[in-house]
Design a protein around this ligand. Structure first.
Ligand SMILES: NC(=O)c1ccc[n+]([C@@H]2O[C@H](COP(=O)([O-])OP(=O)(O)OC[C@H]3O[C@@H](n4cnc5c(N)ncnc54)[C@H](O)[C@@H]3O)[C@@H](O)[C@H]2O)c1
Length: 305
């Protein structure tokens, strides 16, 4: 028993890539699946194929097409899931796309569209599902809730060729931490993935070479390698794990340690505002001759332009 039998799992952007592998794995562990993807011909076809694969293997699946960052579509996603299966237990926010440029040349539209699909996409579905779980709990009903967000290592150090994406992915971590604080009282867990995988998103542009399958042997960047962690965090076994961030790819999972705040510099002049000389003198113990400015961001190649 995996603890997922009959649980209802909604995954956004699940027709292809990581989302597809996540729903296949969740279904293989007995979850009933709702596949969301954008209502465009290629995505719709991929979503239907993934759903058919689950049904052919004896599972249950439903496709609900629509933009994950649109309120009405997100409401329809909840409504169709509840009408079909009667509950929602697992929400994996996963959908998204890239518009990579350096900060010098990124357009307003490239910034807004990426922040919209990732950050707003997470926000809307996170709001809908957490408020559903909270209402149920308040009505005295039993709830089973697992929220999984999809961030990126770009959120940790920045990504010089993806300012829009790195900002959105950092926001997703912060938003999920806040949800974890609120939902722990209801027994709902909220965690974050930072995956790496060869998918449509990474098979073009600067990551194409990095993530390619080897001629033989284990393909570390097979998106299927990420899926077991999603099923695990969704399961009863992981009921005690919440507010955590995981880097996951290949045969590895890293648990992120919380950022460390170093001991404070206190104004030696006493309880008063710093002078610039006072700040310089005090901070010089930290920014000394051994110090190097931070410039070693996420090691993605930087796109031209
Ligand atoms: N592949 C990686 O190495 C990697 C690394 C870090 C984070 N991620 C994150 O993982 C998630 C999945 O990415 P992937 O690599 O599988 O990419 P992908 O392009 O293969 O899959 C993304 C899916 O999202 C769908 N989608 C796009 N816009 C949508 C919208 N508005 N509404 C609903 N669906 C939409 C696409 O149609 C597609 O099926 C993304 O959030 C991505 O940022 C991926």
């Amino acid at each position: 028993m995996s603890g997922l039998d009959g649980k209802v799992a909604v995954v956004t952007g699940a027709g292809r890539g990581l989302g597809r592998e996540e729903v296949l794995d969740l279904a293989a562990h007995g979850a009933r699946i709702v596949i969301n993807d954008i209502d465009l011909p290629d995505a719709a076809e991929a979503a239907e194929q993934t759903a058919a694969e689950i049904r052919d293997a004896g599972g249950e699946s439903l496709v609900v097409l629509g933009d994950c960052a649109d309120s009405q579509h997100a409401e329809a996603l909840m409504r169709k899931t509840l009408d079909t299966y009667g509950d929602i237990n697992i929400m994996v926010n996963n959908a998204g796309f890239l518009r990579d440029k350096t900060i010098f040349s990124m357009t307003d539209e490239e910034f807004d569209s990426v922040v919209r699909v990732h950050l707003r996409g997470h926000f809307i579905n996170m709001r809908n599902v957490t408020s559903y779980w909270r209402s149920k709990a308040k009505a005295g009903e039993e709830i089973y809730g697992r929220l999984i967000s999809t961030s990126s290592e770009a959120a940790i150090y920045g990504s010089a060729g993806q300012p829009n994406y790195a900002a959105a992915k950092s926001g997703i971590v912060a938003m999920t931490m806040g949800a974890a604080q609120l939902m722990i009282g209801y027994g709902v867990t909220c965690n974050v993935l930072m995956p790496r995988a060869e998918t449509d998103m990474t098979s073009v542009g600067p990551t194409a070479e990095m993530f390619k399958a080897p001629a033989e042997g284990f393909h570390h960047f097979d998106p299927a390698n990420v899926a077991p962690l999603v099923s695990y965090l969704s399961s009863e076994k992981a009921a005690h794990i919440s507010g955590e961030v995981f880097i996951v790819w290949g045969n590895m999972v890293n648990v992120l340690k919380r950022p460390t705040i170093l001991p404070p510099h206190v104004n030696p002049a006493g309880e008063e505002k710093w002078s610039l000389d006072g700040l310089h003198e005090s901070l010089s113990s930290h920014f000394n001759e051994d110090y190097k400015p931070v410039h070693d961001g996420f090691s993605m190649p930087i796109p031209q332009g």
